[in-house]
Design a protein around this ligand. Structure first.
Ligand SMILES: Cc1cc2nc3c(=O)[nH]c(=O)nc-3n(C[C@H](O)[C@H](O)[C@H](O)COP(=O)(O)OP(=O)(O)OC[C@H]3O[C@@H](n4cnc5c(N)ncnc54)[C@H](O)[C@@H]3O)c2cc1C
Ligand code: SF4
Length: 511
């Protein structure tokens, strides 16, 4: 039966059983399309990374004698939307069956389902063979439970897959979680071996994007493109991480520093989210390396890393499929302000925001704590509408695909889901930022000042946020301490803080 198999841009799984043997009568289809480049304004490096990786994947398939139709953005036949491209190919090629892998985005899932309802040939959907859980596993796991704390899901995953376990029930090292040891400030006292980077030439792909007039954000060096775009590249990033960075991954997971874009982070999110790397193989490689180097690497570094992938990554995907599509409209804190313009330019006197945003524009990357406690923190404290916050995060990061972006942004960072993902809002004054980074040292503002003209904006915004939302959080036991400190403020103190916060919220770009 002549079959058309669709491969989406984030389905570059070299190990998928589809590719075991080339079969006659199967045509694979991949396309660079405006529907994907235009649904949000993406970072230019993100569009380039996807197109380059897709092209490499199609070449890999062809080398293995699979038949592939690949539409570049400017191909004459390219109708720029998935249903139109598929419909015309089915007709042109006399296709008798259409097959696809289940998309990870709700938008594409719906589009493909609707398409299949309209066609009069057979169709079938396959698993992507990437995740360690199905779309529904998390829903089953939390059925009948009031809270959906990630930790219990993570422990269950450790047991289920026998990962870092001494018996069926007991975690290796005696603890499930070494998070408490993972909160060090980086004081330039350990060496971070810098990777040379890929320095790829991507001018042809970039030219195609520019010629089509696709609106993008951020900058790119077309001769030194530094993201992995093939399976070999991805494996080399993974090996580099194991050999050079794992040793301090946990220690400095929450640290931030003006001289360090990546610190000890792995930069593996794009490799995994495009499915060029398999999460299980990443976990196994890291654990394997650790077992061979136990004298040098403490278990806390490894457990911290495994938790991110086996725990958070799978958990976020489960939440996405459990809660969508309602999740994308949630705004439980009723935040309505616009995201400040400097999120697109980095033009701000607040050094922490300047550093985190500039780095995001230059590299399409910020590590977790920058996303959560700098840009996310400020957006929440200034009470920005989650739609705006989401659109920014979905565009700017190399790894931003909705299933993992929206759950982290709306859920973990903006508390717009009312506390499904996070048990308390991730907000802080300048104190926390000063504790975990060297940003405050060179800042225009003084982190210890509260209401003066040169006071750190995070300070007044923090108390203002707590005061504005105290009704919402009054029954949240994790907020008791913060709210009781708020209560202790005199009316005079609180008014002064609120007055300064109001000025910042009215005109964030002045700060
Ligand atoms: C507001 C906000 C938005 C985010 N948006 C995205 C996004 O669009 N795409 C994305 O992949 N991650 C997102 N994250 C999670 C996390 O910040 C990134 O996965 C991480 O920074 C990627 O860099 P890395 O590969 O160097 O990660 P490392 O710090 O080296 O961590 C290793 C891996 O663990 C996984 N991981 C770590 N934290 C999380 C998490 N919270 N949720 C899911 N997986 C996690 C990632 O696959 C990552 O590659 C977001 C976090 C926040 C707070
Ligand atoms: S003083 Fe405030 S605004 Fe400046 S870097 Fe520190 S936390 Fe950020």
């Amino acid at each position: 039966m002549k079959t058309l198999r669709l491969i989406l841009g984030d389905q570059l799984n070299h190990k998928h059983s589809w590719y075991n043997d080339p079969e006659e009568d199967i045509i694979y289809f991949m396309a660079e399309m405006r529907q994907e480049t235009d649904y949000v304004v993406h970072h230019v490096q993100k569009v380039v990374a996807f197109f380059e990786s897709m092209q490499n994947f199609s070449e890999w398939l062809k080398e293995r004698d699979h038949e592939v139709i690949y539409y570049q953005l400017d191909a004459k036949n390219n109708k720029q939307t998935l249903p139109e491209n598929l419909a015309s190919l089915i007709k042109e090629q006399n296709i008798e069956k259409f097959e696809y892998q289940l998309p990870d985005e709700f938008r594409l899932d719906r589009q493909l389902k609707e398409f299949c309802e309209r066609i009069d040939i057979a169709f079938e959907a396959y698993d992507t063979e990437h995740f360690l859980t199905t779309r529904e596993d998390l829903t089953h796991f939390y059925k009948g439970k009031k809270e959906m704390t990630m930790e219990y899901f993570y422990r269950d995953m450790r047991k289920k897959y026998g990962i870092m376990m001494t018996t069926k029930k007991d975690p290796e090292g005696g603890n499930w979680n070494f998070d408490k040891t993972n909160r060090k400030k980086w004081k330039e006292d350990t060496e971070i071996p810098h990777e040379r980077g890929f320095r790829k030439e991507v001018s042809t792909t970039l030219e195609r994007i520019e010629k089509a007039g696709i609106k993008t954000i951020g900058t790119i060096d077309k001769n030194k493109f530094n993201w992995p775009t093939s399976r070999e590249d991805c494996l080399s990033v993974l090996n580099y991480f194991c050999k050079n960075l794992l040793v301090h991954f946990g220690d400095y997971q929450d640290a931030m520093h003006t001289d360090q874009t990546y610190l000890y982070h792995s930069r593996l999110s794009f490799a995994m989210n495009s499915k060029m790397l398999d999460p299980k193989e990443v976990i196994e490689s890291v654990i394997g390396y650790w077992r061979a180097h136990k004298d040098e690497i403490h278990i806390s570094q490894v457990e911290g890393f495994v938790r991110q992938i086996l725990g958070w990554r799978e958990y976020m995907r489960g939440i996405y499929w459990k809660e969508m599509p309602a999740y994308s409209h949630s705004n439980k804190l009723d935040n309505q302000n616009n995201l400040p313009g400097f999120y697109w330019t980095a033009k701000t006197k607040m050094n922490c925001l300047y550093r985190a945003i500039k780095q995001s524009l230059d590299h399409a990357y910020a590590h977790h704590i920058q996303r959560l406690m700098i840009t996310g923190n400020f957006a929440l404290l200034t009470q920005c509408h989650p739609n705006e916050v989401d659109a920014w995060y979905l565009g700017i990061y190399i790894d931003a695909i909705e299933w993992v972006e929206i759950t982290n942004t709306r859920g973990m960072s903006q508390f717009a889901d009312g506390g499904l993902v996070a048990t308390k809002p991730y907000v802080s004054s300048g104190n926390y930022i000063n504790k975990m980074s060297n940003y405050c040292k060179d800042c225009h503002y003084k982190v210890s000042n509260k209401t003066e003209d040169d006071a750190c904006p995070f300070n007044s915004l923090y108390w203002n946020f707590l005061d504005d939302k105290k009704e919402f959080f009054k029954d949240n036991h994790r907020m008791n301490m913060m709210l009781s400190l708020l209560e202790k403020k005199t009316t005079y103190e609180l008014n002064a803080l609120k007055e300064r916060a109001a000025k910042i919220i009215d005109n964030p770009s002045n700060y």
